[in-house]
Design a protein around this ligand. Structure first.
Ligand SMILES: NC(=O)c1ccc[n+]([C@@H]2O[C@H](COP(=O)([O-])OP(=O)(O)OC[C@H]3O[C@@H](n4cnc5c(N)ncnc54)[C@H](O)[C@@H]3O)[C@@H](O)[C@H]2O)c1
Length: 324
């Protein structure tokens, strides 16, 4: 059996990657402290409970399974929380990743696919954003991702570790088979919040900013189906297995949808109106974040296959209804 250690494998994106790895013949070993992940999401390999910051536990798991690579999803993900608790974010995301890398090197595991983020770019000068754009994160969450990318770059020449860092734009949607989906608490992502408003779990949806310089005045984002993200992780793993050099890649579609467009798609799919409240812009929210997505296609041969807005919202809605 060829094992891959998946930190954060009980979480939203990590569990979809585990399902994809298993379909490709790998055995994913989910390593997770279940702080925001779910036991029910681990269905395609063992669950090893543990902290990424616990080097001894990591070494025991790496020794037992001898994985060919690590996919590193685990981390804290809330931008607003990172602003008020930067120490927590730098410790959990950056310092704990150093512990993980030490344990990997001790067990001669030298391939890692890392979940980075479009947050490394901060407020972009130009849209679409390519990988060479200025990296100027505007919150500790984004800075923690940028620091990890830098650490991974430095570990290449020094220790022979190779990485693919995937800068996701907005992960969205759910497994079309309905086995897993998004389950964040608190939920901060637009589509599940819209679906909560559609099903009456929240009174209304707040639209932050209706005066942006976009076609309809609301903010535009690049949504990638979580199963497309999972495919990209598999492609990145195989790229590293084939000896590919370290690289940071955008993971987006190159197409953006406005908040109002997402709401309109959801109203059609859910078959009901979604109550909204218009609010002022939030500090730090750029008008548009859209990836230049050609490099990932050139390097990994990856193209989004399910990321049109309809498929994203339909799969998310199906999952949302199952969990009611
Ligand atoms: N969801 C998105 O739109 C998005 C966008 C950009 C980047 N990312 C990155 O992708 C990764 C996965 O995001 P997600 O949406 O699946 O988040 P998630 O919260 O659903 O998953 C994170 C998982 O990591 C686990 N975890 C957290 N800290 C841990 C620790 N110290 N030790 C062990 N396990 C720990 C949690 O229990 C959870 O299962 C994160 O690194 C996130 O920053 C996500």
């Amino acid at each position: 059996m060829t094992h891959v250690l998946v930190t954060g494998g009980a979480g939203y994106v990590g569990s979809h990657a585990c399902k994809r790895l298993a379909a490709a013949g790998y055995t994913p070993v989910a390593y997770d402290n279940l702080s925001s992940g779910h036991r029910w999401a681990v269905q395609w390999g063992p669950l090893e409970e543990g902290e990424v910051g616990d080097g001894a536990r990591l070494e025991a798991v790496l020794g037992e399974f001898q994985p060919v690579a690590v996919m590193h999803f685990a981390g804290l993900i809330q931008v607003a929380e990172s602003v008020v608790k930067p120490a927590l974010y730098y410790r959990s995301n950056v310092a704990d990743t150093l512990t993980l890398l030490d344990a990997m090197l001790a067990h001669d595991v030298k391939r890692i696919v890392f979940s980075s983020s479009a947050a490394v770019y901060g407020q972009p000068d130009l849209v679409p954003i390519d990988e060479q754009s200025r990296k100027a994160p505007i919150n500790p969450y984004g800075t923690s991702k940028r620091l990890i990318e830098q650490i991974l770059d430095d570990f290449g020449p020094a220790y022979g570790l190779r990485h693919v860092s995937l800068r996701y734009f907005n992960a969205a949607g759910a497994d079309p088979d309905g086995q897993i989906g998004e389950g964040h608490d608190p939920e901060t992502h637009l589509i599940p919040i819209i679906l909560q408003a559609a099903s009456g779990q929240r009174g209304s949806l707040d639209i932050y900013g209706t005066d942006y310089p976009t076609a309809d005045g609301t903010a535009v984002r690049d949504y990638v189906h979580v199963c497309d993200l999972a495919d990209a992780h598999l492609a990145a793993l195989e790229y590293l297995m084939d000896g590919g050099a370290s690289v940071c890649l955008n993971l987006g579609t190159g197409a953006g949808y406005s908040v109002r467009e997402v709401i309109a798609a959801a109203e059609e799919i859910c078959g009901r109106p979604i109550p909204v409240q218009e609010k002022p812009r939030r500090a730090g929210d750029p008008p548009a974040l859209v990836a230049a997505a050609d490099r990932v296609q050139d390097v990994l041969g990856w193209r989004p296959a399910r990321s049109d807005l309809r498929q994203i919202v339909e799969t998310a809605w199906r999952w949302h209804q199952r969990t009611q």
